[in-house]
Structures are given as structure tokens and as C-alpha cells.
Design a protein around this ligand. Structure first.
Ligand SMILES: Cc1cc2nc3c(=O)[nH]c(=O)nc-3n(C[C@H](O)[C@H](O)[C@H](O)COP(=O)(O)O)c2cc1C
Length: 379
């Protein structure tokens, strides 16, 4: 390995005593490849094993904790006891080559897709008409009831217990990307006037408490609990950096092992408010103040960009999404001094299809997610 990249391969201790072998995180990546009942498919297991092989921390795709929360075709499920056996295969694939295997636990809230949920239902903090994932038309979502809120909080705990039984090293609470936990925090999504609207952090904190309690009961102390959040959203009113500052104050009081910022660009700047123009990641790192590691992410496609991210001092861990989709050997090519062999553009003519499962390759090929492409004229 070129000596300059050594900082990327330093070990990272987590607050609970677990140690990660390097600073790379496989980002959670929905692959639309699980079986229709949410059990793991062979193609999914093979794909996950390759993407996780060299990471320190390897996250699964968003995995739904209740049937009502299902938000993607081919989404993995941890909503039932019968899912444990299948999730054991996922945990094994992620940790087989030395990464810590983390299950991302998820509920879509108003973004759950009626065509995938029981009775075509979709529910979140407040009623909303919303177009979600691959929908061509918007759907109506209703307000989730008090009883259902309590059930959902419990479902995150049950999902954690199942993840422990399935052999995961930890869970990541998916509080980002406009799904249910994010929705409760957001003034855009949450117009409730009950306690869940008066204290918009309450739902998130109840889930954190439930997951922490469950892990303390069923797992050993090295079980990892992470939390992913979106620091802001485009809508105004919506989540902004002032809200996130307050929210991080609460999150960091809990025994979490890392926080994971969901960012499209690692160095993106705050758009509005008193922190306008300052890099979000710099603010987040300052507010967390060393209490737990911060995972950064966002449009990192080269080893130098990865190194620069770590050397900025604003993140302890760097997650890679599209870079690992394009080349599952991205990390070991750095380790082996073969950085010139890294594939960092999507090439629809590759016969190996980037070693992606077909449903995910199809999505990338049709431009569902922005990607650097070899045939950039097709974008
Ligand atoms: C194909 C694809 C699927 C994704 N699925 C998830 C997911 O399941 N959970 C999640 O939190 N984020 C998901 N994201 C967001 C990524 O984790 C990541 O934040 C985003 O791709 C930016 O990182 P990158 O620039 O390294 O790709 C997904 C992104 C892509 C491209």
C-alpha cells in the first residue's frame, strides 16, 4: 500500500469497546433484490458478501421492521420470527471476511408503498399525498394512531432482538432520508398536535431507548448501535441545522456507538439560517464533540477523496455507497497499491455488469440514481 493511504486503514474503537479494523463503511444500499416475502435471495447474499469484504463496518440495506413500513420492492424484512433464518445468511455474508455486520432497521412511514403493504395502507405522523421511490403517481398516506406508534416503537426493539439472534454485530436505526423517524423530527412531515408533535424528537428517542434496552437484555456489551440522520431537508419549514444541533444534543446523551450523517456530498454547505455557508460535516463533528464517532459520506469516488475526507478531521469513519457498487474491490485496490485499476464510472457495456444483482443493475442503468457514467451522453 502507498504509505499516504495508511490513515484510511487505522483501527477505530467504538464507545462500547468494539473495534473496527479500518475506517471504511459499506453504506446501506437498497438493492431491490430480496424475495417478495422479504427473505434473502441468493443474488443478494452474493452481492453483499462482495461489497462488505474489506470494510470495517458493513451495513445491510434498509430492512423493514413491520409490514406496514415496507417501502421498496425486493426490500429485506426483519418484521417476523420467520425472517431470522434468512437474515442469518445476510449477517454471515457481511461479516464473513472481517467486517462488523450491521442491520439497518427501517420503517417508511408515509413513504411505505401501498402496493407492497397489507391492505394498501401507508401511514406516518400526519396525512400526506406523496410520490415515493419508483411510483409514477402519488399515494395517500394517513395519520398513524397512538396505538400504532407504540407498536412501531416496539417493532424496532423486536427487530433488534431478531438481529441479535441472526448473528448481526449491531443495528443502525434508520432515522434519515425522509422515512418514519425522520418524518417525526421534521416540521414538514409532522403536523401533530399531540405529544408526538409537541416534542418532535420523542418518537426517535423512544426508539433509541427501546433498541438500547433490547440490546442490553439480549446481546453482549460489544453489540453496536448506530443512528443515521439527515441533517437537513430542502423544505422550509423542514429539518435545518439548528434543529439538528438540538437533536444531536439529545442523541449524544444516549449510549450510541456511532452517528451516521446522510449527505449527498461530504463537503456540502449549510443552505440557510445562522450556519449558512459552513460545511455541515464540520458543524456535526463539532457538536458531537468526540462523544461517539461520526460516519461521513457523499460522492467519494477516488482514494484521494477518501483520504482527504478522513484527514479533514471532521469524520472518524467514511461510508461508501456508489463507489462500492461500481467496484467492490475499491478498498483492497487501495490496500494493494492498485489504485489505477479502480472502476469509478458506470459502464452499461461491461459484461460482468459490475457484479451487481440484475434488479439493481437495471435501476442504475436507467439512471434511477445519479452516477458517473462511461456513456455520460445517455444521462
Ligand atoms: C442504490 C442505492 C440504494 C440506497 N439505499 C439506502 C438504504 O437502504 N438506506 C440508506 O440509509 N440509504 C440508502 N442510500 C443512500 C446511500 O446510503 C448514500 O447515503 C448515498 O448513496 C450517498 O453516498 P455515495 O455518494 O457514496 O453513494 C442508497 C443509495 C443508493 C445509490
Amino acid at each position: 500500500m502507498d504509505k499516504e493511504y495508511e490513515p484510511l486503514f487505522e483501527t477505530v474503537p467504538l464507545p462500547n469497546g468494539a473495534e473496527l479494523r479500518n475506517r471504511f463503511v459499506l453504506a446501506p444500499l437498497t438493492h431491490v433484490t430480496s424475495n417478495d416475502d422479504g427473505t434473502a435471495s441468493d443474488a443478494e447474499v452474493e452481492y453483499l458478501e462482495k461489497r462488505a469484504q474489506d470494510a470495517g463496518l458493513a451495513l445491510s440495506a434498509a430492512t423493514n421492521v413491520t409490514d406496514l413500513g415496507k417501502s421498496f420492492p425486493g426490500q429485506p424484512s426483519i418484521a417476523h420470527e420467520s425472517d431470522i433464518e434468512s437474515q442469518r445468511r445476510v449477517a454471515h455474508a457481511l461479516k464473513k471476511n472481517g467486517a462488523k455486520a450491521i442491520l439497518q432497521i427501517h420503517h417508511g412511514g408515509v413513504q411505505a408503498l401501498p402496493r407492497l403493504t397489507p391492505n394498501g395502507d401507508s401511514a406516518g405522523p400526519s396525512p400526506m399525498t406523496i410520490q415515493s421511490f419508483d411510483e409514477t403517481e402519488a399515494h395517500n398516506a394517513r395519520e398513524i394512531s397512538e396505538d400504532e406508534i407504540q407498536e412501531t416503537i416496539k417493532a424496532f426493539g423486536e427487530a433488534t432482538r431478531r438481529a441479535i439472534e441472526a448473528g448481526f454485530d449491531g443495528v443502525e436505526i434508520h432515522g434519515a432520508n425522509h422515512y418514519i423517524i425522520h418524518q417525526f423530527v421534521s416540521p414538514h412531515f409532522n403536523q401533530r398536535t399531540d405529544q408526538w408533535g409537541e416534542d418532535r424528537y420523542l418518537f426517535a428517542m423512544e426508539i433509541v431507548d427501546e433498541v438500547v434496552r433490547t440490546a442490553a437484555h439480549y446481546a453482549d456489551e460489544n453489540f453496536i448501535i448506530g443512528y443515521r440522520f439527515s441533517p437537513d431537508e430542502p423544505q422550509n419549514p423542514g429539518i435545518n441545522m439548528e434543529i439538528t444541533e438540538e437533536f444531536l444534543g439529545k442523541l449524544t446523551e444516549h449510549p450510541l456507538d456511532y452517528l451516521h450523517a446522510s449527505l449527498g456530498q461530504l463537503h456540502s454547505e449549510t443552505r440557510i439560517g445562522k450556519y449558512q455557508g459552513i460545511e455541515r460535516i464540520e458543524l456535526l463533528h463539532k457538536w458531537i464533540d468526540g462523544r461517539m464517532p461520526l460516519v461521513g459520506i457523499g460522492s467519494i469516488f477516488t482514494p484521494d477523496e477518501a483520504l482527504e475526507g478522513i484527514e479533514s478531521g471532521n469524520i472518524e469513519l467514511l461510508a461508501l455507497g456508489r463507489a462500492l457498487l461500481l467496484d467492490h474491490n475499491f478498498i483492497n485496490k487501495i490496500k494493494d497499491g492498485k489504485t489505477d485499476e479502480i472502476i469509478n464510472t458506470f459502464d452499461p457495456d461491461r459484461t460482468d455488469k459490475h457484479e451487481l444483482p440484475d434488479p439493481l443493475w437495471q435501476q442504475l442503468n436507467k439512471g434511477f440514481y445519479p452516477l458517473p457514467r462511461k456513456d455520460s451522453q445517455k444521462q
